[in-house]
Unconditional design. Sequence first.
Length: 288
Amino acid sequence: MNEKTTVPKIVIADKAGFCFGVKRAISMAYEQLANSSGKPVYTLGPLVHNPQVIKKLENDGIKSIEELGAYPIGHLLIRTHGVSPAIRKEAMELGYNITDATCPLVKKIHDIVLELQREEYPVLVIGHSSHPEVQGIVGELEGNCRVAETVEDARNLQPCHKLGVVVQTTALWHNFTEITVELLGKTKELRIFNSICHATMERQAAAEDLAGKVSMMIVIGGRNSSNTRRLLEISLRVNPRSYLVESPEEVQKDWFADITSIGLTAGASTPDYIIESVYEKVRQYVES
C-alpha cells in the first residue's frame, strides 16, 4: 500500500493586506461617487497601487487620470500618496471639487518638513525619488530638499551644520537605519523623524518571520506598489523561493515541487478577496 502524501501547510502572515490609509481612501472614493450628482469622479493617478482595485474603481465609475484638465471637470480625489501644493493649487484653479484622501501619516510628513524648513533645517527625504509620495513631499518644499535612496547617496552628500530627516512611509527599516548611520558623519546636528508607517513595519516583520519558517513564500500585490516590493525583498533575503503575484492566475504549479509549507503575505493595498483567491489557487495545486 502506498503511503499517503503529506499535503503542504499554507500559512498567511499575521499582518497582511489592506492598511488603514487604503481602507479610508477607498471609502472616501465611494462616498464621493455617491454624492457626485452626476459629475465625473477622478483620482489623480492610481488611488492605491493595486491594478485590481483600480480596475474595480473604474468599473464603478471612478476614473484614474494622469493629467489635470484632460477630461471634463468634476470631482477629484487626491490619492493616498499625496501631492504637492502646486498640483493642488492647479486643480483648484481648474475648478475641481477636491476630496483629500492622502494617508494621514503621509500628511504628517508634509507637516514635519514644513516645520523643519521654518526652523532652517536643510531637509533630506529617505526614499525613492520616483515614488509619488516622495515627489509630493519634495514638492511641499518646492524642491528645496534632497532625496537619498541608498547609503551611497548619503555618503555623497556634502557635510552641513545641521540636517532634518524624514523617511518614506513604505521604506525598508534596515535601509533607513543604514542611511541614518551614514548621516551621523555628515552633520553636527541631526534631527531624524522615523516616519515609516507602523502597519508597514508590522507587515515587514511578519513577512520576515514567516519566510524563515516555510519552504516557500508568495507575496501578493501590485508590482507598482512600493510596500509590496519591499515585502518581496525582505522575503527573498530570508527565503530565495519567494515569488510576487498580482492574481491567482500568476501562481505556477511547478513552484510547489518538494515543498512542505507555503507562506502568504500581501501588500497594504491588496484586498482580502485577492488574498483569498490566491490562497484557494495554492490549496488546489498542493492538494491535486
